[in-house]
Design a protein around this ligand. Structure first.
Ligand code: B1M
Length: 223
């Protein structure tokens, strides 16, 4: 089977919310030596996107969306465990820099942030993941406590991405703007949004998050 076929089967497993099939594909792809991160993002992730589109168009109901999301979450956890990036490791010591991650207040979407966290850990960053629905006050408090280099926030709803702007304002008001670099991500975010609110960086996906984080750290170290 070529990699496109694996990706297609993975996509369909999420659309059909078939967890058994999804986990079986992960095992088989793993045995075949396929890049499981790619399978997760491009294969299963594409199924997730399709599920979201169907929900938006009224083709599936909220319980169906929740059910498919559960499958996606379990598959994500399983893949991360297989590649040695178990999300139960809240904090892993490394040397590239410290990144504090959170999904913003009012937003429970955490699947993508989990993948971003794993990619950053794999790239050698120390990652503190605060979970989801985190208010800006808590984010900044923890960033100070862990002496983070970068604060990364994820927002999946157009109604919650405003929390990212609130974070920038809060940092400025408290005199911490120069102390922390910030990264934003999540489906409704764009490079333009990041620029508009004064964030230091935007990234499209987990691979891009690593690239941006490395660039930001390089800039900081060159100062
Ligand atoms: Co929600 N949901 N949802 N949902 N959901 C969306 C986001 C939506 C677009 C679906 C749709 O209508 N098409 C829509 C938002 C519309 C909008 O605001 N424009 C929506 C809605 C409306 C809702 C509810 C309001 C539904 C309701 O109750 N009526 C509700 C909101 C609850 C809340 O947060 N308060 C809700 C609930 C849920 C579930 C619980 C069922 C579930 C979340 C489960 C969970 O995360 N634990 C869910 C899901 C799964 C989705 C979709 C289908 C998929 C999201 C996902 O996991 N994608 C989503 C539709 C979609 O995105 N197509 C949708 C896969 C993941 C790997 O990608 O999260 O984009 P993503 O992360 C990527 C990149 O964005 C990037 O890298 C990641 C990895 O590549 N990235 C970063 C993300 N964060 C980053 C941070 C970075 C850098 C990169 O740096 C810090």
């Amino acid at each position: 089977m070529d990699s496109n076929e694996w990706l297609e089967i993975a996509r369909n497993a999420i659309i059909e919310a078939d967890e058994e099939k999804a986990l079986e594909i992960v095992d088989k792809a793993h045995e075949a030596g396929m890049d499981l991160f790619d399978l997760l993002q491009t294969g299963f992730g594409s199924g997730n996107t399709e599920i979201g589109d169907r929900f938006e168009r009224g083709i599936i109901s909220l319980p169906e969306l929740i059910y498919a999301a559960e499958v996606m979450k379990n598959v994500t956890d399983y893949v991360l465990k297989l590649v040695g990036m178990d999300e139960s490791n809240l904090r892993i010591t490394a040397s590239k820099g410290t990144i504090l991650l959170a999904t913003v207040k009012g937003d429970i979407h955490d699947i993508g942030k989990g993948i971003v966290a794993s990619a950053l850990k794999a790239a050698g960053f120390e990652v503190i993941d605060l979970g989801c629905e985190v208010p800006v006050e808590k984010i900044v408090e923890e960033a100070i406590r862990y002496d983070a280099d970068i604060i990364g926030t994820s927002a999946l709803l157009t109604s919650t991405m405003t929390e990212q702007r609130k974070l920038e304002k809060y940092l400025a008001d408290k005199g911490h703007k120069a102390r922390f670099m910030t990264m934003v991500g999540g489906a409704p975010c764009t490079p333009r949004w990041a620029k508009k609110i004064g964030a230091s960086g935007y990234s499209e996906d987990a691979y891009d998050a690593v690239r941006v984080a490395l660039e930001l750290m390089k800039g900081k170290n060159d100062e």
